[in-house]
Design a protein around this ligand. Structure first.
Ligand code: PMP
Length: 399
């Protein structure tokens, strides 16, 4: 008999489906604004110059050994300084447990498994909407999930009142997943004042914040500014955790380089927590990959390369911000009388356009423009050559 006769095909990933359809289309004006990866103004993937230079430093290195289970210690230190701040007292006190992770996804998954193992009674609260994989990650880690209100489709902005109400209503000592900046898919972030209110309420309720930070520097162009939510929580004395990814901000997508860090009471607790995180990694993949971690620590450990990186990440952020302005301007010039203010109010890789599934379908069938049916437009896929075409098409399907 066949061993796997009961295996049915898994549900297709909506984003990969969009890319497949795009690749199969032969129309010269076709556009892919589905996938969340940076493209230049020529529509090409980008390898940062600081990464090229770091690779030259690394080339010929005869170190190809295993990293420790927790990954590169130097990499983890640089990564945590980037998230918490060079001068963060939690780092000076050596009370943060940091472990290299398989990019942001792996960092989230390590945390979810850690939560399940050491706080089995706690649940995870996830914003509506969120990056779809969050649901899969906590599902597979067997942590019960709930949602909290986040985005208001009417204002196309933050549902702050709903968020606060849901935070208040959640049982004491719940774990919340918060996007540190450039919320995916909405591009809507709380203001610093709102973060302060959220932090105060978390204190009152004894909630725990896990910050998923997949876009540090990529949102505003300034890595400190994009970490302000985390810094606000630290100032209030929270013990947070942080899932970092270098996929977007260093363009290291396929290298799978990230970091999970957990703020603890003291050094002894941090050592214990790190050892347990390593214990979770060991039977899954033993130890993380070397190359990406070397690239990141070479860049962050060299003042010149680090300065170059800051310039380049700001360049990516600025190009996206410029495209937001151009898209809005072109919609007005196309004759649209709808309100497109949210295009420039939102931040980061994505614009949550407000287009409904039928309008998205028309964009694809009539104009060969590919995106997910929730109306999420990857700003990185827009450039000076196609922005007018996209604006005209959006105007046609929304008039
Ligand atoms: N979190 C969020 C919110 C994301 O948007 C992404 C990337 N799509 C990730 C985590 C993880 O990405 P990666 O595993 O490539 O770092």
């Amino acid at each position: 008999g066949s061993w796997w006769k009961d295996v049915q095909p898994a549900a297709r990933d909506p984003i990969l489906g969009v890319t497949e359809a795009f690749l199969a289309d032969t129309h010269p004006s076709k556009m892919n604004v589905g996938v969340g990866a940076y493209r230049t103004d020529e529509g090409k993937p980008l390898v940062l110059e600081c990464v090229r230079q770091a690779e030259r430093h690394i080339a010929g290195s005869n170190f190809m050994e295993y990293l420790p289970m927790g990954g590169s210690v130097v990499f983890n230190d640089h990564s945590m300084k980037l998230a918490y701040g060079e001068e963060a007292s939690v780092l000076a006190d050596k009370r943060v447990a940091g472990i290299q992770a398989l990019s942001g996804t792996g960092a989230c998954r390590l945390f979810a498994d850690f939560q399940r193992r050491f706080k089995p009674e706690s649940h995870i609260f996830i914003p509506v909407p969120t990056w779809a994989n969050h649901h899969n990650i906590w599902r597979d880690a067997h942590v019960p999930q709930h949602t909290f209100r986040y985005y208001d489709p009417v204002t196309k902005g933050l549902d702050f009142a709903g968020l606060m109400e849901d935070v208040k209503r959640a049982p004491e000592a719940s774990v919340f997943l918060l996007h540190a900046c450039a919320h995916n898919p909405t591009g809507v972030d709380p203001s610093p004042e709102q973060w302060k209110e959220i932090s105060a309420l978390f204190k009152e309720k004894n909630h725990f914040a896990l910050f998923d930070m997949a876009y540090q520097g990529f949102a505003s162009g300034d890595t400190n500014r994009d970490a302000q939510a985390i810094r606000i929580f630290l100032d209030d004395g929270h013990q947070v955790a942080c899932a970092q990814s270098f996929a977007k901000n260093m363009g290291l997508y396929g290298q799978r380089v990230g970091c999970l860090s957990v703020v603890c009471d003291d050094t002894q607790q941090a050592v214990a927590v790190k050892s347990q995180l390593q214990q979770i990694a060991r039977p899954m993949y033993s130890n993380p990959p070397l190359h990406g971690a070397l690239i990141v620590s070479t860049i962050l450990g060299d003042p010149d390369l680090k300065a170059l990186w800051h310039t380049e990440v700001k360049g990516m952020a600025d190009r996206i911000i410029t495209m937001r302005e151009l898209l809005k301007k072109n919609l007005v010039e196309a004759g649209s009388h709808l309100n497109w203010q949210h295009i420039t109010d939102q931040i980061g890789m994505f614009c949550f356009s407000g287009l409904n599934p039928e309008q998205v379908d028309r964009l694809t069938s009539q104009f060969h423009i590919y995106l997910t049916r929730n109306g999420r437009i990857s700003m990185a896929g827009i450039n000076s050559n196609n922005v007018e075409y996209l604006a005209n098409a959006i105007h046609e399907v929304t008039r």
